[in-house]
Design a binder for this molecule. Structure first.
Ligand code: ATP
Ligand code: MG
Ligand code: FE
Length: 342
């Protein structure tokens, strides 16, 4: 089926078009620059930006795919989780389009969409299941066990405070680096010694593991960096702090993901979310997966960050499996990952 996907859960306005598992278009407009002076995504600003960007993004996607709206078989839209106002813009637009074009509409889960991105990989092989999925972005840090993309997604753990990307952004601020902090810290860390400063690893001690084996925590790490910056004063070595911080995040993310693969006997790990761009996260994930005999899958970065194509791909899978369209639904900012379709 030819499916249009609309994604507006955070600061990317994404419109994608797929035919089954074939990627035809993936157009993204980001309001990231508008959030830079606030040091993080401002919900009101994001919602307004979606409203302005949605129509041109839709038109660009149709042009890129070389199709017209009347060729479409279905529409899929991110129903949650995400920023309520931002989600509402996408859901409202999708409903209007579906009514005007008399098309079936599928409200889908953003996090499961990140897993669905793997359907679009170039080699054409199908998603191999079950798989563990680690999704790390500015708003999420979640470890999933996916047994079936449309009917069996389990949340193993998630952050109990800041998301990993959020931690990168906050620590960058402490170091005087501009937003978004992830790429800046990644670059600064390349010149630093990851061993020079040993920062804490959140929720990795025996007493934490009993209850939070697959959960993450980055606020203690952020506080440790803040304390270090304060004490270092003039002698602050930004590269060493960036490297030590990055090492802590990459260590915990990959250790917990690999542990989940081992515990559940699942020899596959899929990564998603903007933090996947991080050089050390990729490197450590690659090394540890190889050592553990786990097949690691990292979609191309344009499909790892928020985009409409992954939403279209998940929608196309729902259509292909014969799931009925979503009944009346709204934006659900806290939609649990177990609910693949609203
Ligand atoms: P959501 O959480 O809803 O998916 P988001 O906009 O926060 O939305 P993305 O756009 O996927 O998610 O990711 C943005 C985050 O990724 C930012 O926090 C950014 O700092 C981080 N990031 C980007 N590049 C890197 C990098 N090289 N290293 C670490 N973090 C990075
Ligand atoms: Mg974003
Ligand atoms: Fe996302």
């Amino acid at each position: 089926p030819l499916v249009l996907g609309i994604e507006t859960s955070c600061d990317e306005t994404g419109v994608g078009i797929v035919r089954g598992r074939e990627l035809l278009a993936n157009v993204i407009a980001s309001s990231m620059d508008e959030h830079a002076r606030y040091g993080g995504v401002v919900p009101e600003v994001a919602a307004r930006a979606h409203l302005e960007a949605l129509r041109p993004t839709l038109e660009a996607a149709l042009a890129e795919a070389g199709v017209g709206v009347h060729d479409l078989d279905a529409i899929a839209v991110t129903a949650g989780p995400g920023l309520a106002g931002a989600l509402m813009v996408g859901v409202g637009a999708a409903k209007a389009l579906a009514i005007a074009l008399d098309l079936p509409l599928y409200g889908v889960n953003h996090l499961v969409g990140h897993v669905g991105a793997d359907l679009l990989r170039a080699d054409g092989g199908d998603l191999e299941l079950p798989t563990v999925a680690l999704l790390v972005s500015g708003g999420h840090t979640s470890l999933l066990l996916v047994r079936d993309l449309t009917s069996d997604v389990e949340l193993l753990g998630e952050t109990i405070d800041d998301a990993a990307g959020e931690a990168f952004d906050k620590v960058a601020r402490l170091l005087g680096l501009p937003y978004p902090g992830g790429p800046r810290i990644d670059a600064a860390a390349a010149d630093g010694d990851p061993e020079a400063i040993r920062f804490p690893r959140g929720l990795t001690h025996a007493k934490d593991l009993a209850k939070h084996r697959y959960d993450f925590s980055f606020s203690g790490l952020k506080t440790a960096v803040a304390r270090h910056v304060e004490q270092a004063g003039e002698t602050l070595d930004v590269a060493d702090v960036a490297a030590g911080f990055r090492e802590s995040v990459a260590d915990v993310l990959t250790a917990k993901a690999i542990a989940a693969c081992r515990d559940f006997g699942v020899p596959r790990l899929l990564l998603g979310g903007g933090v996947v761009a991080n050089a050390r996260v990729r490197e450590l994930a690659t090394q540890r997966a190889e050592a553990a005999g786990i097949a690691l899958r990292i979609p191309p970065l344009a499909l790892c960050t928020d985009n409409g194509a992954m939403i279209a791909a998940l929608g196309a899978r729902l259509v292909a499996e014969g799931h009925p369209p979503s009944a009346e639904f709204g934006a659900d900012s806290t939609l649990p990952v177990t609910i693949v379709q609203t």
